[in-house]
Write a protein that binds this ligand. Structure first.
Ligand code: NAD
Ligand code: TDX
Length: 354
């Protein structure tokens, strides 16, 4: 049976990778993207899809209830894949308001609209509300702690992760209370094509190409668990098709790396793949800067449940994924240059203390 998907945040990093994945693999499904095109949203991420009959882009806000109602009805939506969010921890420290608005109120608006749409439809269809969330809701790990599992208690530390945790709780409650067929996924750090320049990996690639400092927070020994974005998309595909409503699935690639080691790997790739770097070797640009407030020390995901129950496995190693990503940023200057706007420069000035 074909699906009619509403993909919120489909012009962002993971959302756009997901839309490309879905349109390529399921050409008989319909995909409607709803995206406000904030600073992080970019219509260029969806280039090539605009001519396909089964694809539609709508610019709008997930907090706009009448717009969401109209789309659910007129497009006869059965599946929401909810990516739209304010997603950058540093921006949530500088200004948490937008995070509460989009991540909490926006998710509530979608849930409420979807509940009414689902209750009004009597046909037996495969309704799903997939809520794409993060491992950051579980808080910070010590070096010897076991990785986060689906039963780890929530302990969000940043305004970003607290707003995502709030949205996760609402999604869970809509299943428990109304039986809405929701599924939550909590994924580790993603990287790959179309990631906005503010995030660690694109920032390091772009700054290297521009001969700018590579700012590492604190002692550079914080640990993140990295997953190539294509593997996240294949996991979400499996969850939509085979996941059980009411369940949560953790997604991760078992790739814990200290930030300093990751940046050194990126520098080596840059030295190898980029001709005529302004500063060489690139590692000479590494600069330790003032730490992020409340900086979580370590994240790690135990993905046993999705592997054993749904049969998902990641296919890209960190070495392969970083090489693909560096090569992508090297060949897509036309994509990232326009994103280094005045707004971005102002954010950069406020965020970094050298
Ligand atoms: P992103 O910032 O690149 O993209 C977010 C998208 O949402 C943008 O296109 C933006 O325009 C849109 N958006 C923001 N506010 C909106 C609103 N009010 N209405 C409609 N659209 C709005 O984010 P991302 O990194 O692609 O993350 C996508 C989702 O995945 C988020 O929910 C995030 O919490 C989650 N997640 C991200 C990671 C990661 O490593 N990036 C890891 C785990 C989970
Ligand atoms: O300039 C930097 N220097 C630095 O040392 C930046 C931007 C980051 N860092 C550190 C902070 C983190 O320990 O690198 C690590 C990764 O930072 P980010 O790319 O900002 O990611 P993180 O804060 O871990 O959050 C990401 O993963 C989980 C996404 O932005 C979230 O949306 C997702 O939920």
């Amino acid at each position: 049976m074909s699906r009619q998907l509403l993909v919120t945040g489909g012009a962002g990093f993971i959302g756009s990778n997901f839309v490309h994945h879905w349109c390529q693999n399921y050409p008989h499904d319909r995909v409607v993207v709803l995206d406000a095109l904030t600073y992080a949203g970019n219509i260029a991420n969806l280039t090539g899809l605009e001519k396909q009959e089964n694809f539609r882009f709508v610019q709008g806000n997930i907090c706009d209830r009448s717009l969401v109602d109209k789309l659910l009805q007129t497009e006869n939506i059965d599946t929401i894949a909810h990516f739209a969010a304010e997603s950058h921890v540093d921006r949530s420290i500088l200004g948490p308001g937008a995070f509460v608005e989009t991540n909490v109120v926006g998710t509530y608006t979608l849930l409420e609209a979807f509940r009414q749409h689902w209750q009004a439809n009597s046909q037996p269809r495969n309704y799903r509300f997939l809520h794409v969330s993060t491992d950051e809701v579980y808080g910070s790990l010590n070096p010897d702690d076991p990785p986060f599992s689906e039963t780890t208690p929530y302990a969000p530390n940043s305004p970003y992760s607290a707003s995502k945790a709030g949205s996760d709780h609402l999604v869970r409650a809509y299943h428990h209370t109304y039986g809405l067929p929701t599924i939550i996924t909590n994924c580790s750090n993603n990287y790959g094509p179309y990631q906005f320049p503010e995030k660690l990996i694109p920032l390091m690639c772009i700054n290297t190409l521009m001969g700018k400092e590579l700012p590492l927070y604190g002692d550079g020994k914080n640990v993140r668990d990295w997953l190539y974005v294509g593997d996240h998309c294949s996991a979400l595909d499996v969850v939509i098709h085979r996941g059980i409503p009411g369940e949560t699935y953790n997604i991760g690639g078992n790739n814990e790396v200290e930030n300093i080691n990751l940046v050194q790997m990126l520098c080596q790739l840059m030295d190898e793949l980029a001709p005529n770097l302004p500063v060489s070797p690139a590692a000479n640009l590494i600069t330790f800067v003032k730490d992020r407030l409340g900086h979580d020390r370590r994240y790690a995901i135990d993905a046993t449940k999705i592997k054993t129950q749904l049969g998902w496995t990641p296919s890209v190693t960190v070495a392969e994924g970083l090489r693909l990503t560096v090569a992508w940023y090297l060949t897509h200057e036309n994509w990232w240059k326009p994103l280094l706007s005045q707004e971005y420069q102002a954010y950069y000035q406020k965020n970094y203390v050298f």
